[in-house]
Design a protein around this ligand. Sequence first.
Ligand SMILES: C[S@@+](CC[C@H](N)C(=O)[O-])C[C@H]1O[C@@H](n2cnc3c(N)ncnc32)[C@H](O)[C@@H]1O
Length: 354
Amino acid sequence: MTGRGETSREDAAGGPARHQPVMVDEVMAALAPASGSVIIDGTFGAGGYTRAILAAGATVIAIDRDPAAVAAGGALAAAHAPRLTLVEGRFGRLDAIARANGHDAVDGVVLDIGVSSMQIDAAERGFSFQKDGPLDMRMEQGGEDAGPSAADVVNRADARELTRIIGLLGEERHAARLARAIAARAAERPFERTLDLAGLVEATIGRRPGERIHPATRTFQALRIYVNRELDELADALVAAEIVLKERGRLIVVTFHSLEDRMVKRFFADRAKAPAGSRHRPQAQASAPTFTLAGRGMAAVGEAEAAANPRARSAKMRWGRRTAAPARAERSFAPLPALAPLSRFDGGGHAAHA
Ligand SMILES: C[S@@+](CC[C@H](N)C(=O)[O-])C[C@H]1O[C@@H](n2cnc3c(N)ncnc32)[C@H](O)[C@@H]1O
């Protein structure tokens, strides 16, 4: 899992470690998939959640935007047909994907936000600041909808744009200094490789004594979230889940990043209360809550799991249950940071230089 740090784990054969599902017991307890129910797993990954849901006897529509994850799940889908449908696509459209696969309404939606261990560990995907690879980070791997790569962004953005991306999405306090250094270096010689960028970040801000995480962690996280429009996807997915869930259907979201957790928290807080009436929209006409929250509606990863799987250590799970009220389908709960539109950096060739 992404978490804050990046931990190098290799399996016995020396290949990339398989993704360990995070908080799977808590997710399954909150989701409680009944035999015969229909559940959307919006982030198939290595299929950890999907396997557990299938074992409970439910039907699964599993989605992943990464063609490699979908290809690797082919055997599982064949073994569990017709109970498992595996779709390459984005969870921001999960309601449309469910409808296209014959389900207008479903009993549960689960999202495990971020990247998988397979993605981080594959150097050629460009997510890792510890393994050299092309500076790419696109989950769609350069397919039709993939958009600009991380190299396109660092090589084409100006220092002001980079400061906002790294500062807001990476919560990096040295964002301005880093952005100036990156833009100056890219003007001389464009970045093409992950370790080249990671080295520049380390040389610019150094390693604080005792710091557990690599100095490039926050910069890489920011670029990954930006390049994959991850905050927009999450906001769209929450609204899509509200639309597609049946009454009493459950929405479970696991996040690893404070911006994402804040968005999920705000969504549930917004949807669990009736919006205040106004002069123009009296209380009686305001829409009713679309979700109810059980208990605190939040759980953090347990100590034992965090110790066994360092990538899980910043995980948080939030969940809610759909009411019968009509979906609100607006994104007012998600004020996204104002950043340069990603399309500004499009132009083909991930080492291209403006
Ligand atoms: C953390 S992994 C999921 C792991 C999974 N729960 C398991 O147990 O194996 C996240 C996965 O979500 C996928 N993903 C990220 N954003 C997505 C999006 N917007 N739409 C669909 N899949 C997405 C990634 O490609 C990755 O495979």
